[in-house]
Design a protein around this ligand. Structure first.
Ligand SMILES: [Zn+2]
Ligand SMILES: [Zn+2]
Ligand SMILES: [Zn+2]
Length: 368
């Protein structure tokens, strides 16, 4: 393969123009992704050295019986694995023979080219990124490995190839990629299970499949717990607000519901307590219900509970205007220890939830 530019500049400055694309390539532009800035020979020259194989002394045998010629000095410089390999081989032979099998020969070509010029074609990267990850790991070429990891993470990893990427990331000791992949799989477990990669993993690495399913179950549980806690918290906040509204209704009289023991002022603004609206119908019902006994009507039962809860939170029943506040306080003293603990726990949770959200503790004393 020959270059269209015979006069490739041998010396470049940092302002040197980007080398022209190789003539043998498709119309897609060759992305010069990485370049040795300190190098004084242009990327095109490195490419040419590789393409022309001038005085090459390495013969790389690939899976499809393709032979790629290269230079031991370049390969040895770029990879300690090649360096050791060449040291061991008999120098008297004209060519070092290096088999690189198990990946497509085109991937090997892209890999070796990268060792020359630190560049790759984006289309080829997309096609061979997994092979390049394996090769860069096996031959200890960290720059290419990092590039493959980044490309996979940001561009080429998807739910269809996630299982393959995950296994390779584990194999190639790429912890960040492993984590990103793991997250993607857990997030889309159903789709991942249907992928070909999953089916293959089931056959070849059943333990890995088991581990993935186990972590997925743990994660699902964690999410469920989180949702449960959030819902509980919502209930506690609502209860706290209901307690505030109850005091407000009994103390101030509510414009929406009707004043407790004050003259109704038509010009008064409607109530701004959110919880008042919810309590309004409950209070109205409670006032008129004929079944007003604990355990009777569901709505009344709820009202009883709210009144009891209020009494638990109320600081001074002597001045409190909420009905039955004192009665419940007296009743609490006679309550079984087990029931008493239940109430105390609820009160603590309500007050703590509200204090976490930034609002002050329930302060009835201050409002009387
Ligand atoms: Zn109100
Ligand atoms: Zn009722
Ligand atoms: Zn009270």
């Amino acid at each position: 393969m020959a270059h269209s530019h015979d006069e490739t500049p041998m010396v470049t400055t940092t302002n040197a123009p980007v080398p022209p694309p190789l003539p043998a390539r498709t119309t897609a532009s060759r992305a010069v992704v990485m370049r040795r800035r300190s190098c004084c020979v242009s990327v095109a020259t490195w490419d040419r050295l590789f393409d022309d194989a001038y005085r090459a002394d390495v013969s790389i045998q690939t899976s499809s019986h393709d032979v790629i010629y290269a230079h031991s000095s370049i390969l040895g410089l770029a990879s300690p694995v090649f360096r050791t390999m060449f040291k061991r081989q008999n120098r008297s032979k004209r060519l070092f023979i290096v088999p690189i099998l198990g990946v497509p020969s085109e991937a090997v070509r892209v890999f070796i080219r990268f060792l020359y010029s630190s560049c790759y074609d984006e289309n080829q990267m997309e096609e061979h990124v997994l092979s390049l990850l394996v090769l860069s790991h096996s031959y200890m070429v960290p720059r290419l490995k990092r590039e493959c990891e980044a490309q996979l993470e940001h561009k080429y990893m998807n739910i269809d190839n996630a299982i393959d990427v995950f296994q390779l990331a584990l194999l190639c000791d790429a912890p960040r990629l492993t984590i990103m992949c793991h997250r993607l799989i857990l997030k889309n477990l159903k789709a991942a299970c249907l992928s070909d990669g999953w089916k293959a993993m089931k056959e070849s690495h059943p333990i890995l499949e088991k581990e993935l399913l186990e972590t997925a179950a743990v994660e699902a549980n964690r999410q469920k717990e989180k949702l449960k806690r959030a819902n509980e918290r919502k209930v506690y906040v609502q209860l706290y607000e209901a307690m505030e509204a109850l005091v407000h209704i009994c103390r101030d009289g509510c414009r929406t519901i009707g004043p407790h023991d004050k003259a109704f002022d038509k010009h008064q603004e409607p109530c701004k307590y959110e919880a008042c609206k919810g309590l309004e119908s409950l209070v109205r019902h409670f006032a008129g219900c004929k079944l007003r006994v604990p355990g009777g009507c569901v709505l009344c039962k709820r009202m009883w509970q709210l009144l009891e809860l209020h009494s638990r939170i109320c600081i001074d029943s002597n001045v409190c205007r909420v009905p039955l506040c004192r009665n419940f306080k007296d009743r609490a003293k006679r309550l079984k220890k087990k029931d008493d603990i239940k109430w105390r726990l609820l009160v603590r949770k309500i007050l703590r939830t509200k204090s976490i959200t930034g609002a002050p503790y329930f302060s009835l004393a201050a409002s009387f």
